[in-house]
Ligand binder design. Structure first.
Ligand code: ASP
Ligand code: MG
Length: 409
């Protein structure tokens, strides 16, 4: 007998028919004698619909009230799924985050889980019931409803799996696993059998939307065996796990990309201590997140300072730089919001030289100009013009032969 946490995303519970199909799947596993906690998202489109209603009333509604509102989406799904299970003769009981209870901090719309009480779930599981839990939500010390940020049901599932020491956590979604890259850009992208937590974390941070970033962090920290699978077709999915002496040892596991980038440069800044802080301090104060940073020293004792931000933040960041330019005695501010970031990710990079040069050679052969580069132990990112995104991703996919499974060692 095993204990599983299953999570079904919005499209997997997008209609009454889909909810019934999920109930069938759950019942089958329950009938085999396994214990099951099922975390559900709101029916597809529902969270956006609710946010739309709020915006129709007020431009920027109170975040506390927003959480009260959007948490109802998951509550609808959980009760319907529980009913669907009853209808199949499968005992089940549904709970909101606050009923469980999933205790969070009070950062409305992006709360973090602090503690999970597993007593009520355990009692149900031990008496043979399927436990259905609303994803994406919790409750703070003062009994306010909170939510965990968009895509937060993934994190609910992983956190419950960690708290219950589940054997596996399955994330059922509309794709059948994690791919080497987005199949819409590269049709021969390949489903990975396995990927490490670290790689998955990079992929998620770099733009792959399969899992909420925080759920991957959580899974890595608490060593939750996490599997991404399709709720529409059978298959093994992708297992996200620790790095081991893998039979499948690829140089690169995947290519991620992010279209929402913009870059800003302030040129001719006097090269003095404290300059980076003077530039980035006001940016941080405006709550703008910075990604890549490059500083170059010119011969004339000035520096050019370049960094990237999310495209939404570009106008605000430009405005801030424009206003500090003269104060810094800098020459000019330039920017470009038609850029993208393309990254290759793989733990194989640690033990193999020459990956970066293969990447740069491939882009050169396609005549793609690299505007910025940044690296970490297991990833190399480049910024290129927006119009080259598809070409760059396809060329790199081909150059690293991601279409084929790596040779077994
Ligand atoms: N329903 C929430 C959202 O759409 C949470 C989730 O689906 O994971 O972001
Ligand atoms: Mg999701």
């Amino acid at each position: 007998m095993a204990l599983y946490v299953y999570k079904f995303g919005g499209t997997s519970v997008g209609s009454v028919e889909r909810i019934k199909a999920v109930a069938e799947r759950v019942k089958k596993v329950h009938d085999q004698g396994h214990q099951l906690v099922v975390v559900v998202s709101a029916m597809s489109g529902e969270t956006n619909r609710l946010i739309g209603l709020a915006k129709d009333i007020q431009q920027s509604p109170s975040s506390r009230e927003l959480d009260v509102l959007v948490s109802t989406g998951e509550q609808v799904t959980m009760s319907l799924l529980s009913m669907a299970l009853h209808d199949l003769g499968c005992p089940a009981c549904s709970y909101t985050g606050s009923q469980v209870k999933i205790l969070t901090d009070s950062s409305f719309t992006k709360a973090r889980i602090r503690k999970i009480d597993d007593a009520r779930m355990r009692k149900d599981l031990d008496s043979g019931r399927v436990v259905v839990v609303a994803g994406f939500q919790g409750v703070d010390e003062d009994n306010n409803i909170t939510t965990l940020g968009r895509g937060g049901s993934d994190t609910t599932a992983v956190a419950l799996a960690a708290a219950l020491k589940a054997d596996e956590c399955h994330i059922y979604t509309d794709v059948d696993g994690v791919y080497t890259t987005d199949p819409r850009v590269v049709p021969n992208a390949r489903r990975l059998d396995k990927i490490t937590f670290e790689e998955m974390l990079e992929m998620a941070s770099l733009g792959s939307k399969v899992l909420q970033i925080r759920s991957v962090e959580f899974a890595g920290k608490y060593n939750v065996a996490l599997r991404v699978l399709s709720s529409f077709q059978d298959g093994p999915g992708t297992l996200i796990t620790y790095e081991e002496d893998q039979m499948e040892q690829a140089l690169i596991s995947g290519i991620a990309f992010n279209r929402d980038e913009a870059k800003l440069t302030i040129t001719g800044v006097p090269d003095l201590p404290g300059v980076a802080f003077k530039i980035l301090g006001p940016i941080a104060d405006a709550n703008i997140e910075i990604d890549m940073i490059i500083q170059n020293i010119a011969g004339d004792l000035t520096t050019d300072f370049t960094f990237t931000v999310n495209r939404n933040d570009y106008p605000k960041a430009k405005e801030i730089l424009d206003s500090i330019c003269s104060e810094l005695n800098a020459k000019a501010v330039t920017g470009d919001d038609k850029i993208v970031k393309v990254s290759i990710v793989g733990v194989g990079m640690r033990s193999h030289a020459g990956i970066a040069s293969t990447m740069f050679k491939t882009l050169a052969q396609e005549n793609i100009n690299i505007r910025m580069i940044s690296t970490s132990e297991i990833k190399i990112s480049v910024v290129v013009d927006e119009k080259y995104l598809e070409l760059a991703v396809r060329a790199l996919h081909e150059a690293f032969d991601l279409e084929h499974k790596p040779q077994q060692r």
